[in-house]
Design a protein around this ligand. Structure first.
Ligand SMILES: Nc1ncnc2c1ncn2[C@@H]1O[C@H](COP(=O)(O)OP(=O)(O)OP(=O)(O)O)[C@@H](O)[C@H]1O
Ligand SMILES: CC(C)(CO)[C@@H](O)C(=O)[O-]
Ligand code: BAL
Length: 294
């Protein structure tokens, strides 16, 4: 496995290759969610690149850029074991050299709501770094997790809008034994907070049950079922629970597929997000268990 730190060296790797290139962008501190993306990329491509870069431009001024968890040595061990060809590990100055001026700014309903509303500028930072990474790595297929549903929608749109010559694969959310979506930020949780953190999954389950078992379609009634679960956890503070159209991201008054149930909750100082997908054919994507079944 080659560890590459410059754009020029990454381009040089690419020049040696024939056959498809699969690419998994990450911010490191890898867990089974990331590894599921890498495994799929490995199965589907001749060459696999994983990037590890904690991108400063997607963090707000008062967010957790400086405390974001990092463990490069462990990440590299995991990626070696999975047969990754290249880890792209740039420094901040390599990605944003002095004088950097040009950003990709998604606009409209896709970014005005949800994470975009609560984290102003976040998707500008994500779109900018992701486009740069795509241009540096030149992949044929890119792999993202459904856990970050709005990110997936923004990148899907950017690929279409800018005619990027690559295919996006979105893979299910990998979950802990109690349903908590795996996330690097779970490492911030204290023992008591971790016990409470399954509340996101439990709330989504309650919303799904209101739709499936009680045949509720009124979005606010379904949302209330989820809200009740969050309100019953004294340690959890709700940022939002929303029901949105899967493609446009516009809020739905009546739940009908294809749709997303989206949730964001604060537990202590940690902010966690999660979602379920209701596909056009009426099936749900509620994620998958990691090594421990739940
Ligand atoms: N539980 C998960 N299942 C599947 N994919 C995931 C999961 N968690 C993250 N990913 C995906 O891995 C890629 C890299 O994400 P990132 O490095 O930000 O990890 P993260 O665990 O989501 O971190 P954070 O705590 O910042 O949300 C993204 O495409 C993301 O959607
Ligand atoms: C896509 C990404 C690597 C861009 O920094 C990040 O937002 C993430 O890890 O989901
Ligand atoms: N996984 C999304 C990256 C972020 O929260 O900044």
């Amino acid at each position: 496995m080659h560890i590459v730190r410059t754009v020029q060296a990454m381009r040089h790797e690419h020049e040696q290759w024939t056959g498809s290139v699969g690419f998994v962008p990450t911010m490191g501190y890898l867990h089974e969610g990331h590894l599921s993306l890498v495994q799929r990329a490995r199965a589907e491509n001749k060459h696999v690149v994983v990037s590890i870069f904690v991108n400063p431009t997607q963090f707000g001024q008062h967010e957790d850029l400086s405390s974001y968890p990092r463990n490069i040595e462990h990440d590299l061990q995991l990626l070696t074991a999975l047969g990754v060809d290249v880890v792209f590990l740039p420094g901040v100055a390599e990605m944003y050299p002095s004088g950097f001026t040009t950003y990709v700014t998604p606009e409209g309903a896709l970014v005005d709501q949800g994470e975009g509303a609560l984290r102003p500028g976040h998707f500008r930072g994500v779109a900018t770094v992701v486009l740069k990474l795509f241009l540096i790595v030149q992949p044929n297929k890119v792999y993202f997790g459904q856990k970050d549903a709005q990110q997936v929608a923004v990148i899907n749109r950017m690929i279409a809008d800018l005619n990027l010559p690559l295919t996006l694969q979105v893979l299910p959310t990998i979950r802990e034994a109690d349903g908590l979506a795996m996330s690097s930020r779970n490492s911030y949780l204290t023992g008591a907070e971790r016990a409470c953190a399954s509340v996101l999954y439990r709330a989504l389950k309650a919303a799904q049950a209101a739709f499936e078992n009680q045949h509720q379609t009124h979005a606010q009634t379904i949302i209330q079922a989820a809200r009740d679960v969050v309100n019953s956890e004294p340690g959890a503070r709700l940022d939002y629970i929303e029901i949105r159209d899967y493609n446009t991201f516009l809020p739905l008054e009546t739940l009908s597929p294809p749709a997303l149930l989206l949730i964001a909750v604060r537990i202590g100082k940690t902010r966690l997000i999660d979602n379920f997908v209701l596909h056009a054919d009426g099936t749900w994507d509620t994620g998958k268990p990691g090594n421990q079944a739940f």
